[in-house]
Design a protein around this ligand. Sequence first.
Ligand SMILES: O=C(O)c1cc(=O)[nH]c(=O)n1[C@@H]1O[C@H](COP(=O)(O)O)[C@@H](O)[C@H]1O
Length: 270
Amino acid sequence: MGFIEQLRARWQASNSLVCVGLDPDPAKFPPMFAGRDDAIFEFCRDIVDATAEFACAFKPQIAYFAAFGAEDALRRLIAHIHDAHPGIPVILDAKRGDIGSTASMYAIEAFDRFGADAVTLNPYMGHDSAQPFLDRAGKGCVFLCHTSNPGAGDFQDLDFGGTPLYQHVAETIAADWNAHGNCALVVGATYPEELKAIRGIVGDMPLLIPGIGAQGGDVEATVRNGKSADGSGLMVNSSRGILYASNGGDYTIAAGWAAQTLRDEINRHR
Ligand SMILES: O=C(O)c1cc(=O)[nH]c(=O)n1[C@@H]1O[C@H](COP(=O)(O)O)[C@@H](O)[C@H]1O
């Protein structure tokens, strides 16, 4: 089963549109992790096991592993998700994009080295930079379209013939890059009007929505403007809001509670 089919099946099975973001920052771990050699893996594994029931996907952010030389922890974490929670797809958040020959190495890294089911990609370098990822028909290609950050509009909102650049990105990916049906887009929860416009362009293409919680995105506006015709279509990501829901010995209970609460809040507006 390819990434998009797996995601659709998981939306159904879990009745959840929550994507649990795995951005491990050892400085924020509960004190009992201090001095542990494998703290990054162990913390993330505990969070995964506590939240899997409420997750439609997991999204590890590669920088939080690479910064600490913990790439092997990332590989083992993705293997753990697949072994312990089969059916939950893993999106490696790496925002790759480069000339084709280099991009083909990035595709090997994401899909073969780390075993991810999908990867986030930056479309700025154009079609040939995406091709090595698009060619992996069973894997998901999740392209930045309108990001969640304050500077998102610097380039993404620029006007081209009456249409902002981010809408050109959505149109081009939906019409030209999605031949294998394995594309999805990133749209920040902090830009609900842009989210509405993108949903209107891409039909039922899955959208990864970061920016809930710590970045200030609103759940109701996200779901109202972003859901597909059948009331799904979204992977609403929360990283810090789930990972660091408690800094005490109850960190797994708090993380599970945060994921369940977000799921329920999303479902109220579907
Ligand atoms: O591609 C992403 O996941 C992403 C795109 C974007 O526009 N904004 C954004 O915040 N992200 C990622 O989503 C996560 C958001 O984390 P929290 O703000 O803690 O929920 C981080 O891993 C970001 O790197």
